[in-house]
Design a protein around this ligand. Sequence first.
Ligand code: PBG
Length: 316
Amino acid sequence: MRELVRETSIEPRNLVLPMFVREGIDEPVAISSMPGVVQHTTDSLRRAAAEAAEAGVGGVMLFGVPAVRDAVGSGADDPDGILNVATAALVSEVGDALVVQTDLCLDEFTDHGHCGVLSPSAGSGGDPIIDNDATLERYVSMALAQARAGSHLLGLSGMMDGQVAAIRHGLDAEGFTDTLLLGYAAKYASAFYGPFREAVDSQLQGDRRTYQLDPGNRREGLREALIDEAEGADVVMVKPAMGFLDVLREVRDAVQIPVWAYQISGEYAMIEAAAANGWIDRRAAVLESLLSIRRAGADTVLTYWATEAARWMTER
Ligand code: PBG
């Protein structure tokens, strides 16, 4: 009877695996704050993506970790840059089996670690100011490089104003009308991104509070999602997931397009750490977290457990 009346279910196809690929390494490198997650070589990346496809996962989201960085993130739109090269490799390996997605943001590629290019003047207290419109130009160029590499879905995670419209326009003008856009609409400035900073060897000092949302703001998250939908996003994201389930529910109820949620690095690290101490049942906690994010309204969940959880889901 419980099976018959269960309201929410989650399947492997509802999961997306975020993956890191690092330039200039011969062996995968462990990320200490994310036990079980690694920075991949291009070879190990292909193998791990093939395993995800085998497990029935719906897609992969690729992040690049370059060997060299500069102020404008030149590696991001270089066709020979690590992210673009790895994207092409993944598309040829698993492009028919799952949706290959790429992170579209400059933070991994800049020597200051911010998601955009900096304006020459500093803000109050000496905080750097991001030049929104100069950043949009960089994003369009990055979008074209990713589209040329074969990415199916671009993950717009930089939180610049007007990024969805600018990139949609730039892609269409070059004939990439079928390259889809995932707008990280309600992306909150969160302490729980901590482990990700290690994962991408981030150079960031400080925080991203001038362009990511204030965790206290629910209506603003909803507003950002509606704006992204109107600008032409194919999917919108709420991120982080578990601290923002209320926002997720409201966004799901307000837009017509798919709504995804990102179970981020800190959420992963917390469950892994508690489980490693024997304080919680790892498998049960992972599956419950994913089910809860679905129940709150996510059509799809980005999770570092995607392949393993997909296997558990089909075992049951
Ligand atoms: C920005 C980006 C971040 C994450 C995904 N894309 C970092 C940030 O905004 O600080 C975080 C993902 C995670 O914590 O798992 N490119």
